[in-house]
Design a protein around this ligand. Sequence first.
Ligand code: FPP
Length: 242
Amino acid sequence: MKFNCKDIENRVNIPKHIAIIMDGNGRWAKKRLLPRVAGHVRGVKRVKEIVEYCAKIGVTYLTLFAFGRENWRRPADEVTFLMKLLYEQLDKEFIKLHEQGVKIRFIGDKSRLRPEIRDKIIKLETITINNTRLNLNIALDYSGTYDITQAVNKILAQKITSITEEDFSKYLLTYPDVEPELLIRTGGESRLSNFMLWQVAYSECYFTNTFWPDFKIKDLDLAIKWFNTKERRFGMISEQLE
Ligand code: FPP
């Protein structure tokens, strides 16, 4: 069931920040006797739909785990295919998102990407910087431990010897975004796979067996409805929230 405007305005609490681990592309393809990469191609279709829908229903931040630092360990031809797929999207689909007012940022280690991908990414970040409709983070060559380590290195470079938790978060790659209220992982696994470790400290974590290429708008609606059933206590007790 899709949300209508009344739902959004009056009853449904739309998470400000949704983070998604898009898992299950390979298994989706295998089930259909297709090569793994066919799952990634179908996965891109879902990325487009979900991004546009999030912009429509008023999600402020959306972070998608597109390629983890550990994913370089995959067979070389799959890595090459994924990078080519991303490169093609940068030209076509991401420009369309820019036209729809989406601000796009790539979080991760840009130094290991092919120069032509890095250049395009930086260009896209630059041209979308003043967009205000949806803040889309694409995690590319990203991991949570990398994020924390690069934050520590920035802090050390400034010769800071002591820091608060609040100030520490300012050095993370996701700054200044609010932390994800809802983390979704598709594909049946219930682990974080080194994604946004600091930022998900209090996220509601929704694990679904649905493979990413099958994850449609109705599935996101279900996740948001599930999120709406959660009482977010942040260490307190129910009575304190009344
Ligand atoms: C995990 O499925 C998925 C990935 C490692 C890549 C995700 C990439 C996309 C959805 C497409 C490109 C994204 C953008 C933003 C253009 P898996 O291959 O690990 O699946 P498996 O667990 O079934 O093997």
